[in-house]
Design a protein around this ligand. Sequence first.
Ligand SMILES: [Zn+2]
Length: 188
Amino acid sequence: MIEHCCVPLCSASAKFNSSLSFHSFPACSDLRSQWLINIRRDQFTISPHTKVCSRHFIPDHLIEPKTPEGRRRLTKDAVPLLFEWNRYSIQAPWLSVWERGERPADPTSLEDPSTDLTPSSLDTSCTENEDLSREVEELRYQLHELRVQLTFGLEQQRLQLRRMKMCLIHECQGYDNVFFHPKNNSKG
Ligand SMILES: [Zn+2]
């Protein structure tokens, strides 16, 4: 019987790809349900022939054979993590939060999304991290500029208010002279 992968959107079959290995579901029921959740098939009946291909496991979960005849095995805690719907890459939680927001156009985001399939996804997150800290630096600088402008603006307003106050005082003094000057009083 030709082994094939039960993961949705994965058409891997041992017939066409001999470099792939096919792995049975784990015996532990907790781990087994975690697998089913991850492959998005929680209402799925598993038979001994139901397999998940090695494309869905991160290298840390795969034990490569020591001999050319050996079979690739899984670590005890292995769970399928890489799928068509996450472009076969795992993203750190902060990265997915970052990607949810509006992103400024930068050379990395203009790249073909299919390039994410390469194992360099970690490198990409490093670059994005650098971009992020650069942006934080820029924003910090802008904030500083705005603060300076605001302080300056407030200072200007304060000066203007003081000038207006002085004018008012002068005018009041003028009125005082008009109303209380003995000359004017005698005229009125
Ligand atoms: Zn597969």
